[in-house]
Design a protein around this ligand. Structure first.
Ligand code: DON
Length: 353
């Protein structure tokens, strides 16, 4: 296992080096990937981050989430953007130290944990990997197919995914989740207790969702324990740099490019990114993918991460959200920056041109 991860890392590094070369060895034609990658220079990245930050810092659209009372009290002016390339270089602009709660972005990393523990077959079978087209905490979506045909990034699928993390006790499961998130961020993370308490006091809808998933046989253990651990994972504090390093680990085939730690098998990354692409921004996932081509995930704390596979991970934090629960400024900033830097994985040139 160790050997094969190393092998993939080397292979991946080799592929990147080839992509950066200006011409292909045999035909002399420019390498398409190299042409796109040539936009990823230090100067370009810093310029595009600054441009997006200046363009959107005064934008006042959207509002903080308030169905979790403590989220309404978070400073709406927090705005930071960080991009981390797969060689571990960190580029940032704006507020990169203020922490917000990770919220639904956590779902990606618990999905990764369960995928690593149990393999790629379990989650599609248990909760599904299809976009629901419904709000993220839809009960209707559960009822439609008795808890199937959903995905690990909506609340029902996410609480079920959390219930699948292996461990003998609440604390063992929780510590494993928290430590795993910390490995992605490259530092120890902690829970924002005010957010946790506020959500735990008002999460009756999620408790109902967990009970339904239990009733339909998707959750096997205690549904209230799963809901509480899920609530705690959503309350983990992260800044824009943490989120970008987490995103860059997914962009870098599962190895944290800053710490060098292997966290997800390279072979499992495409499945995780596929679910992010179809369901990461919920009922607006299609609009987002149409515009950017990037697998992404939002959280009602105001963060969004997006992945340009093999190139970079990017994150932005800004608490005011649109009607679908996605940060207004973070969506706009990430979309602009990625477009300018050639981040869309679907954007290729005809061969030889
Ligand atoms: O369960 C909830 O409602 C929150 N803890 C997370 C929701 C969320 O972040 C949706 N994302 N945009």
């Amino acid at each position: 296992m160790q050997y094969s991860r190393k092998f993939f890392s080397l292979l991946f590094a080799g592929m990147l080096a080839m992509a950066s070369a200006s011409c292909s060895a045999e035909s002399g034609a420019p390498a398409a990937a190299g042409m796109v990658d040539s936009k990823l220079t230090e100067k370009n990245i810093n310029a595009e981050l600054k441009k997006a930050y200046d363009k959107y810092k005064g934008l006042k659209e959207g509002a903080n989430a308030d169905y979790i009372p403590a989220l309404d009290k978070v400073d709406s002016n927090i705005f930071g953007i960080v991009l981390v390339t797969v060689d571990g270089k960190v580029y940032s602009v704006g507020d990169i130290t203020s922490e917000v709660s990770i919220q639904s972005i956590s779902k990606v990393f618990t999905m990764a944990l369960v995928t690593e523990e149990k393999g790629t077959a379990l989650l599609p079978e248990n909760v599904g990997v299809d976009a629901t087209g419904q709000v993220f905490n839809s009960i209707h979506a559960i009822e439609q197919y008795q808890g199937h045909e959903m995905n690990p990034l909506v609340n029902a699928g996410a609480i079920t995914t959390t219930s699948l993390v292996e461990g003998k006790s609440y604390n063992e499961i929780w510590n494993k989740i928290l430590n795993y998130y910390g490995e992605f961020a490259g530092r120890e993370l902690t829970v924002l207790e005010d957010i946790y308490k506020s959500e735990a006091a008002t999460n009756q809808r999620n408790q109902a969702i967990a009970h339904l998933m239990y009733a339909y046989g998707h959750i096997e253990g205690d549904p209230l324990q799963a809901t509480d651990i899920y609530t705690r994972q959503c309350s983990v504090g992260v800044n824009a740099k943490d989120l970008a390093v987490m995103a860059s680990t997914l962009a870098n085939a599962g190895t944290n490019p800053v710490t060098g730690k292997d966290l997800v098998k390279p072979a499992d990354i495409p499945e995780i990114l596929a679910v992010m692409a179809t369901a990461g921004l919920y009922d607006d996932a299609g609009k987002w993918l149409y515009k950017t081509g990037l697998p992404a995930k939002s959280g009602v704390g105001g963060g969004i991460i997006a992945i340009s596979p093999g190139k970079f991970g990017i994150a932005a934090i800004s608490p005011p959200l649109d009607a679908a629960g996605n940060s207004v400024r973070a969506q706009k900033a990430i979309a602009d920056i990625s477009a300018a830097l050639g981040g869309n994985p679907y954007e290729v040139q005809p061969y030889g041109k």
